[in-house]
Design a protein around this ligand. Structure first.
Ligand code: UDP
Length: 334
């Protein structure tokens, strides 16, 4: 069986669907702090998954999973992932992400499970020295979130050398879009990400979308990011897992579209896809935002045979359908 930690979250739940579609048996482990029980209920309707509620900060919780189920490989998403919050509250990030993963790895070794696919991040690179960013780019994270994940990458390297634990580290760039059938989606509270924030401003709630700075050194002055579709990302996890099962060796891959879109471009595409005017204003820069980040994902393409298939328009329209569902849920609770 495959253990998916954080399977009730955004990227985790999409990956669970991809793995279920491919016929794998899954155990989801999640503390439901940022994930949702409704997502677990939806996943249970899609396929045969087991769910265990537990917290990686408590090693007994994770030991129980390996004692109860016959796990061959782990796909590890469970983490906090807000850059701004990590700067204000680094303790939370090192305790949950780094220490929590140390517990997971210790439990894996004690139960003789030696394969893991890990959600890392382009935030481990820090301020880019060149773009597109490849896997050899120096890693100098500028916030505790990126540092908490870089430490995990390092632990995995040492654990491979000492205990033969094989890991595939996937460094994601920005993630966008939702399941094409809107069964699961991006569901954060509070929401801080670009596309859901633009979409939330279209529902007549009085929320004006805020562009964080238009004085960056980019063609239109707004930040450039690489928005990879979440279903494409889920597919990359399956390919990475199958590569790990086949080759039994550790490696690292960037996952992105290799195409940068500015905040203004994404905003304009939202207006086009929705055929709506969206209220917008430019405000101060958000601290910690580099001007330009996009991936060189050539290694994932050539070794994992990964090919992202969905563009930003696809991501925006699936995200909008999901956002409409979320809005009707919220209205139903009023
Ligand atoms: N952004 C923005 N307004 C928002 C949310 C984000 O202008 O309400 C910008 C943000 O400054 C960054 C880009 O959109 O340049 C992507 O931000 P997001 O939080 O989605 O992802 P991150 O790059 O932090 O991983």
């Amino acid at each position: 069986m495959i253990l998916v930690t954080g399977g009730a979250g955004y990227i985790g739940s999409h990956t669970v669907i991809n793995l279920l579609d491919a016929g794998y048996d899954i155990v989801v482990f999640d503390n439901l702090e940022t994930g949702h029980i409704e997502t677990i209920e939806t996943l249970k309707q899609i396929g045969n998954i087991k769910f265990l509620k537990g917290d990686l900060r408590n090693i007994d919780d994770i030991n129980k999973v390996f004692e109860t189920y016959d796990i061959d490989v782990v796909v590890h998403f469970a983490a906090f992932s807000l850059v701004g919050e990590s700067v204000v509250n680094p303790l939370k990030y090192y305790r949950n992400n780094t220490f929590g993963t140390l517990n997971l790895l210790e439990s894996m070794i004690n139960h003789d499970v030696k394969k893991i696919v890990f959600s890392s991040t382009c935030a481990t690179y820090g301020e880019p020295e060149y773009t597109p960013i490849d896997e050899k780019h120096p890693q100098n994270p500028i916030n505790a979130y990126g540092a908490s994940k870089l430490m995990i990458e390092r632990m995995m390297k040492d654990f491979d050398a000492a205990y033969g634990l094989k890991s595939i580290k996937l460094r994601y760039f920005n993630v966008a879009g939702c399941d094409k059938l809107s069964r699961v989606g991006e569901w954060h509270d509070p929401e801080t990400h670009l596309i859901p924030n633009i979409l939330k401003s279209t529902f007549g709630t009085g929320q004006t979308f805020k562009i964080f700075g238009d004085d960056y050194d980019t063609p239109d002055g707004t930040c450039i990011r690489d928005y990879v579709n979440v279903e494409d990302l889920a597919q990359a996890h399956r390919l990475a897992l199958e590569y790990l099962n086949r080759e039994n060796k550790s490696d690292v891959f960037n996952l992105g579209t290799e195409k940068g879109d500015s905040v203004k471009t994404v905003f304009n595409v939202c207006e086009q896809v929705l055929n709506k005017k969206i209220p917008v204003e430019v405000v101060e820069r958000r601290p910690g935002d580099p001007a330009k980040l996009y991936a060189d994902a050539g290694k994932a393409k050539s070794i994992l045979k990964w090919q992202p298939e969905r563009n930003i328009e696809n991501s925006i329209s699936s995200a909008y359908k999901w956002e409409c569902r979320l809005q009707s849920k919220e209205n139903a609770h009023v």
